[in-house]
Design a protein around this ligand. Structure first.
Ligand SMILES: [Zn+2]
Ligand SMILES: [Zn+2]
Ligand SMILES: [Zn+2]
Length: 140
């Protein structure tokens, strides 16, 4: 929580009670929470909070690099993960909709240099791997 507050303040954002509640809910939900799950937690203290407000706050945290947004391609929407470890990517199962952390980045610095050839400055990247997890593969 402290890290979030420091970064938000440093970027000139106010720490509203709602914002604090969204961060708290994200921590309580643990890994890979959907915006809906975050909302359910937040609603205990802020019954009037809308899904829209949760999304807006989550997007801000993603923008500031405090939270990962994992694109699920599924019915329940994207999931969010607090950034605690080094830069990494995710495996997303199209069968059961589960996400897993991949503990490395397959993008090499040479690739980034290549992407910047025409004068584009790369500041970050996002990448998800889609497929089927072990359980889903054995079930079919
Ligand atoms: Zn699966
Ligand atoms: Zn992860
Ligand atoms: Zn990467």
């Amino acid at each position: 929580m402290e890290r979030f507050i420091t970064v938000l303040r440093g970027q000139g954002y106010k720490i509203t009670p709602q914002r604090r509640a969204v961060i708290g809910a994200l921590q309580e939900c643990g890994k890979f929470a959907t915006a809906q799950q975050v909302l359910e937690h937040v609603k205990i203290s802020f019954p009037d909070m809308s899904l829209d407000t949760v999304y807006r706050n989550l997007s801000l945290l993603v923008e500031l690099g405090l939270v990962h947004e994992i694109h699920m391609r599924g019915r329940d929407g994207n999931v969010f993960e607090i950034v605690t470890s080094d830069h990494h990517h995710h495996l997303v199962c199209l069968g059961c909709g589960k996400a897993e952390c991949l503990d490395f980045c397959p993008i090499h610095i040479e690739d980034v240099v290549k992407a910047e050839e025409n004068g584009f400055k790369v500041t970050s990247h996002a990448l998800e791997f889609y497929g089927y997890c072990r359980e889903c593969r054995t079930a079919s």
